[in-house]
Design a protein around this ligand. Structure first.
Ligand code: GAL
Length: 426
């Protein structure tokens, strides 16, 4: 409930920034300002949220301190895999090793996926010196050996902790152990750390995550720093001076409704993202079975247009060819990983139809025509929306097909919950 309430605050902050709202995962759906009873607590939090909106609507210009070891990392959105969406607490070293093997053999590594990230539940306690103790039943060889194995495959290892007192699965958090944990991770050869926000009552995320940032600096190893506080206190306004990426919402689920409410609500956050510092709308669910082909294609397309981290969340050892193809489509990944590092935004919407655009480094634009409605429909992209007057070449990125030159507009038939992703170039 506490987590839900914190997310509600974050959502109000989004709203006050003019950014669309969504339902927190663990809350009842509410329509802010319409059906919600304005009790005292709500008013207090609304006031706080409005303050965030006003105080932090300007973009911070600084990034991680120049001498911070993580400063040069994540120049494009991180790509990899994370255990949580599919395996939750059922993690062990064999799974992680097999996942690393599968990342190579499936072609995921060749497609750009790099980080193999163990989420919650690898840790059990602290020893008498306060050092974090690894679950020896599930990770008998320890994390250092696991990191060595993952590195031997040309990949990188990530771990998970929490800035509060406990992780969300009630394992020890890093609160008051920031430096000790950062040094431990560095000694193990860890390359990525996701830091959650459970059991953080009374703590200020800006303060706690800055503490972790400074601990990583002292530990000396370049480690991607992933802030996971579900958007609480608008991390996009302070995240770039603190970490490499920050979650903007509560948890994704393997359902079209939840995925789409998160993905389509990111409009307005684009000004906070760029090389080394990314908005994170949560990890991928592609291949987990809860969505149709078109819905997963919407998921992947939207994340690519959003320059979102691409952390697969399925079982890489048993992917269907269809899932593999979707996760590794080189032209779609190129949109996400484009070196210009601009997050896309919405240029048009009407009812359930939306058009999103991401400018690319070569001067072209990736454009997604999305149909959130219940039946197939034709969507027309009027080039005036993009300020284009001359004829333009159109390429379908999912299908790898050149569609020739178009003048004035481009129209596509889009399946229900589906998308057509094109690249427009001179
Ligand atoms: C949540 C987090 C999830 C996952 C989970 C682990 O707070 O958003 O991505 O890490 O905790 O307990």
């Amino acid at each position: 409930m506490f987590k839900c309430f914190q997310e509600a605050v974050a959502l109000l902050a989004l709203k006050s920034n003019g950014i669309a709202t969504m339902c927190p995962p663990s809350c009842e759906p509410v329509s802010w300002g319409e059906s919600m009873t304005p009790d005292v607590e709500y008013r207090r939090f609304l006031l706080r949220a409005l303050l965030f909106g006003t105080l932090f609507s300007t973009v911070a210009t600084a990034q991680l301190p120049p001498n911070h070891p993580s400063r040069q990392l994540a120049q494009t959105p991180p790509m990899g895999w994370n255990s949580w969406n599919k395996f939750a607490c059922k993690v062990n070293e064999q799974l992680i090793r097999e996942t690393a093997d599968a990342m190579v053999s499936s072609g995921m590594k060749a497609a750009g996926y790099q980080y193999v990230n163990v989420d919650d539940c690898w840790q059990v306690s602290r020893d008498s010196q306060g050092n974090i103790v690894v679950d020896s039943r599930n990770f008998p060889s320890g994390i250092k050996a696991l990191a060595d194995y993952v590195h031997s495959k040309g990949l990188k290892l990530g771990v998970y902790t929490d800035a509060g007192r406990l992780t969300c699965q009630k394992r020890p958090g890093s609160y008051n152990h920031e430096l000790q944990d950062a040094k431990t991770y560095a000694a193990w050869g860890v390359d990525y750390v996701k830091v959650d926000w459970c059991a953080s009552k009374g703590l200020d995320p800006k303060v706690q995550y800055a503490k972790f940032r400074d601990a990583l600096a002292q530990a000396g190893r370049p480690i991607v720093f992933s802030i996971c506080n579900w958007g609480v206190d608008a991390p996009w306004t302070w995240g770039r001076t603190t970490g490499n990426l920050w979650r903007t919402t509560g948890d994704i689920e393997d359902k079209y409704d939840r995925m789409s409410v998160i993905g389509f609500s990111q409009n307005g956050l684009e000004k906070y993202a760029g090389p080394g510092h990314w908005n994170d709308p949560d990890m991928l669910e592609v291949g987990n079975g809860g969505m149709s082909h078109d819905e997963y294609q919407t998921h992947m397309t939207l994340w690519a247009l959003l320059a979102a981290p691409l952390l697969a969340g399925n079982d890489l050892r048993s992917m269907t060819p269809e899932t593999k193809e979707m996760l590794t489509n080189p032209e779609v990944i190129a949109v996400d990983q484009d070196g210009k590092g601009v997050q896309g935004h919405r240029v048009w919407d009407e009812g359930p139809l939306e058009i999103w655009v991401k400018p690319l480094g070569d001067g072209s634009q990736a454009v997604g025509l999305f149909n959130r409605g219940a039946s197939a429909i034709k969507i027309t992209l009027d080039f005036k929306m993009l300020g284009i007057s001359s004829p333009i070449r159109v390429r379908d990125l999912w299908r790898h097909v050149d569609l020739g030159e178009a003048r004035d507009s481009y129209t596509a038939s889009v399946a229900t919950h589906g998308v057509v992703l094109v690249k427009l170039s001179k």
